[in-house]
Write a protein of this length. Structure first.
Length: 218
């Protein structure tokens, strides 16, 4: 059985008030620090991390609410290990403290349309006007490599501009886009949720979820 047919999600509720809006790398760093206490040098490649949704104040902070969740994806035979590891874990995210509580194990849900808040690729230095074209080419090439039939596109923001996103990694700003992939079969939908698209996936990039969830992750 392939990996995409035997992975599970674990959802953790949160105790805390706020997070930095751009917290993907800081969240990764906090988790890595806890893992090192167990002898891990880096996060395992088959552990997927999401960023945490909240209500943005548009000044670099998001407020956590009852819908805010920290989510991971892992292989079914590792679920007990990660369930115990993250339960009641306290993470310091750039001075914002959160506790992970009340874990729930769920099956991933296939959906004809998936969305990712931020996808990034290592593109050569090109004119920004040309970047969406090369970015979508990279998305399509990766989908083809994975054997996924689907149509990727960059949606627009409420103001009508392309949904351009950034993430700060070690003081460097990395540019990407929000991505939606349509016309997926159930099998391809699960495959995309497991493999994701692009790089920096330990920082929450390339995390696809059913578009109907409409999560405005920070």
């Amino acid at each position: 059985m392939s990996d995409q047919n035997r992975f599970l999600e674990i959802h953790y509720s949160l105790r805390g008030k706020t997070l930095p809006a751009d917290h993907g790398y800081a969240l990764y760093s906090a988790i890595k620090q806890q893992l090192q206490k167990l002898g891990y040098e880096n996060l395992p490649s088959d552990l997927r991390l999401s960023t945490i949704p909240g209500v943005p104040n548009h000044e670099g902070v998001v407020y956590l609410n009852q819908a805010s969740r920290f989510r991971i994806r892992c292989l079914s035979d590792q679920v007990q290990t990660w369930y115990r590891f993250f339960q009641n874990q306290v993470l310091d995210i750039q001075g914002h403290l959160i506790r992970l509580v009340q874990p729930r194990i769920t099956l991933p849900k296939p959906s004809r349309t998936l969305a990712a808040r931020l996808v990034t690729f290592k593109l050569e230095a090109i004119d920004h006007l040309e970047m969406p074209h090369y970015f979508l080419e990279s998305c399509q090439k990766r989908l083809n490599h994975l054997g996924i039939q689907g149509r990727p596109f960059i949606p627009s923001d409420p103001n009508g501009d392309l949904a351009r996103r950034t993430i700060q990694v070690k003081g460097k700003k990395v540019v990407g886009y929000r991505v939606i992939v349509e016309d997926l079969t159930p099998e391809d939908s699960l495959k995309l949720q497991w493999h994701g698209l692009g790089g920096r996936q330990h920082f929450g990039c390339g995390w696809f979820y059913p578009h109907k969830e409409d999560i405005d992750a920070a």
